[in-house]
Design a protein around this ligand. Structure first.
Ligand code: G4P
Length: 287
C-alpha cells in the first residue's frame, strides 16, 4: 500500500539521538503500541543508539489482547540487554515500574554523581506525552537544553539523579513491510490523508476474521462473515452508510470499522504475533 509517511522531524531527531549518545546515554526506552508491538518499533533505533540497553514499553495494553501481550513481552525479554513491560500510560503505579526497570538495566548508574540518562522514543500517537505527564506528576521539572544538544531534545527530571530525555515522535524513511503499514494506519499512527481507508479496513477485516471473528460478528451484528469486501459492505449497511439508490459508501463503512477498532470497541485486539513479524521481516529482507 502506498503510504505517504511524512518523516518531518526525522533528520533533526536522528541528530538529537546521536548527540545524546555522545553526551551520555544509559538506557533507551522505546514506547510501542501493544496492539502492534513489532510494526510500531523503529527499525533504525538500535543502530542509532549503538546497542545501549533497551526497555520496550508496550503501551495501550488495555486495548491489546492480554495473551498476545504476554507473548510479545517474552519475545522482547529474551533479547540481550532488553527488558519489556506493558502498561497503560495513564496509570501511575505501572508507569513508575519503568524507573525500576531502567535501574535494573543500568545498575551502575544513579544518584547525582552518576545520574541515569534515559532517552524515550516512540512513533506519534503512541502515548508518549500521556506517559510523561503520568510520570512527571507534580514532582519533576523540565529543564533547559544542555549545551551542545540539539534544541528539540527536552530534559525531564523524574527523580534526583534520573533524567529522561524526550525526542519528537520519530519515524523512519520507508515502511518496507506492507503489513506493518496497514497496522500502523489502522492504529491511528499515520494521518488519515496518508492512506486509503478502505484498503486498510479490508486488511483489518482479514486479520479480525482470522483471530477475532466472533468480535467482528458481535460488534456489527453480522450473522455470518463472507468475503472481506462483503463484510465491509455489511458493516456499511449496519451503520447506515447507504446512498440513494442503495449503494453502500464503502469509505464510510471503513471509517466506522477503523473508528471502532481505535476506540477499543471491538474488544482487546492485537494485530500481529512475534512469529508473523519475524516472517514478514525475513520476506522483506529477501526481496
Ligand atoms: P504521543 O505523545 O505519543 O503523540 O501520544 P499521546 O500521549 O498524545 O496519546 C495519543 C492518544 O492515545 C491519546 O488519545 C491518549 O489519550 C491515548 N493513549 C495514550 N496512552 C494510552 C493507553 O495506555 N491506553 C489508551 N486506551 N489510550 C492511550 P486521544 O484520543 O488522541 O486524545 P484524548 O482523548 O486523550 O485527549
Amino acid at each position: 500500500m502506498p503510504i505517504h509517511w511524512f518523516p518531518g522531524h526525522m533528520n533533526a531527531t536522528r541528530q538529537a539521538i546521536k548527540d545524546r549518545v555522545k553526551a551520555g546515554l544509559d538506557v533507551v526506552i522505546e514506547l510501542l503500541d501493544a496492539r502492534l508491538p513489532g510494526s510500531s518499533s523503529n527499525p533504525l533505533l538500535a543502530a542509532l543508539t549503538t546497542g545501549r540497553p533497551s526497555l520496550k514499553v508496550l503501551n495501550k495494553q488495555d486495548l491489546a489482547d492480554a495473551a498476545q501481550t504476554e507473548a510479545w513481552l517474552a519475545h522482547y525479554n529474551a533479547q540481550p540487554h532488553t527488558r519489556a513491560i506493558a502498561l497503560d500510560a495513564g496509570d501511575k503505579a505501572p508507569a513508575r515500574a519503568l524507573i525500576k526497570a531502567c535501574r535494573e538495566l543500568a545498575p551502575q548508574r544513579g544518584g547525582l554523581a552518576k545520574p541515569m540518562r534515559v532517552l524515550i522514543c516512540g512513533i506519534p500517537n503512541v502515548g508518549k506525552s500521556t506517559l510523561i505527564n503520568t510520570l512527571v506528576g507534580r514532582r519533576a521539572a523540565k529543564t533547559g537544553d544542555e549545551p551542545g544538544i540539539t534544541k528539540i531534545e527536552q530534559k525531564i527530571v523524574l527523580e534526583d539523579g534520573f533524567y529522561l530525555f524526550d525526542t519528537p515522535g520519530m519515524l523512519w524513511p520507508r515502511i518496507s513491510i506492507a503489513q506493518s503499514g496497514y497496522h500502523l494506519a489502522a492504529s491511528g499512527a499515520i494521518g488519515r490523508n496518508a492512506f486509503d481507508e478502505e484498503e486498510v479496513a479490508l486488511e483489518l477485516i482479514a486479520v479480525l476474521k482470522g483471530r477475532y471473528a466472533d468480535r467482528l460478528q458481535e460488534r456489527f451484528g453480522l450473522a455470518e462473515l463472507g468475503s472481506d469486501d462483503a463484510v465491509l459492505e455489511a458493516i456499511g449497511v449496519k451503520r447506515g452508510a447507504k446512498i440513494r439508490g442503495g449503494a453502500v459508501q464503502m469509505h464510510k463503512a471503513a471509517e466506522a470499522l477503523l473508528g471502532d477498532f481505535r476506540a477499543g470497541l471491538l474488544g482487546r485486539i492485537t494485530l500481529e504475533t512475534p512469529d508473523e513479524m519475524a516472517a514478514w521481516r525475513q520476506a522483506a529482507a529477501d526481496e
